[in-house]
Design a protein around this ligand. Sequence first.
Ligand code: ZN
Length: 293
Amino acid sequence: MRITNHAGRLALLDPVTGPDEPRGVDVEQASGGRFAADPQAVYARWYEFRDWAATVSFDDAAPLDANTLGAVTPRPPQVFAVGLNYRDHAAESGFDLPTEPLVFTKYASAFTGPRGDIRLSPGDVDWEVELVAVIADGGRAIPVDKAWDHVAGLTLGQDISDRVTQFAAPPAQFGMGKSYPGYAPVGPDLVTTDELRAAGLDPDDLELGCLVNGESVQKSRTSAMIFPVAELVARLSAIVTLLPGDVVFTGTPSGIGAGMTPPRFLADGDGLTTWCAGIGQMHHRFVAEESSR
Ligand code: ZN
């Protein structure tokens, strides 16, 4: 099953249509009001929704306007982001490998959809492609072997980062440097793990990457994570009560701009394409803060 945020309304995607010409049904209308239009509300009733979604006919599916897609988690109650979760990225960042997940937050107001313009903050703005897990049924002390049962599905994210704000003074300010408006794009869809498996993909081994102006800068596989999704859910829930609709940014592989020689950062007019096998692509353009475009 795949869901998306179509112009602010929850939509269930027709499984037989591809990402280039998405088609779907409006969930509130198709369910006769049983499920709300608000995409964020669905995670609190995830298992009931999943059962209903399996009964839906796509005979009346309509084309979706990809330019109006919003975040599949527009207002997550809690956002966890994990730093240095790939060995090669920890190395390029000059840090030792973490022995515990390095957890920070991206504030919820930074969330945006899978397309559109993002305003550049004044500092050095960098890209970080990341797999994003969305929590369905939350709770505490979730064991590793049950962790995937608490995940509604996977989506794609960019942990856009202002490196000047992040490293303005020691110690680093991860949350602030990564929470300018639009710095947490997610999408285009939320995909369930059974849907990925049906497509022959392993939810723990998805290829992902991003391109700046068409040039590949990051490419890796999620199997290279130090702490995989299930391990993160277990370790986070050992401390924090997870809530339906919570979001986990799972860390980025190597290839960030700050790790290049010389460093390279996003500039006015740059296009960023972010992709993950089985999930889809996001397309963003960066515009100068003072630009009137
Ligand atoms: Zn990150």
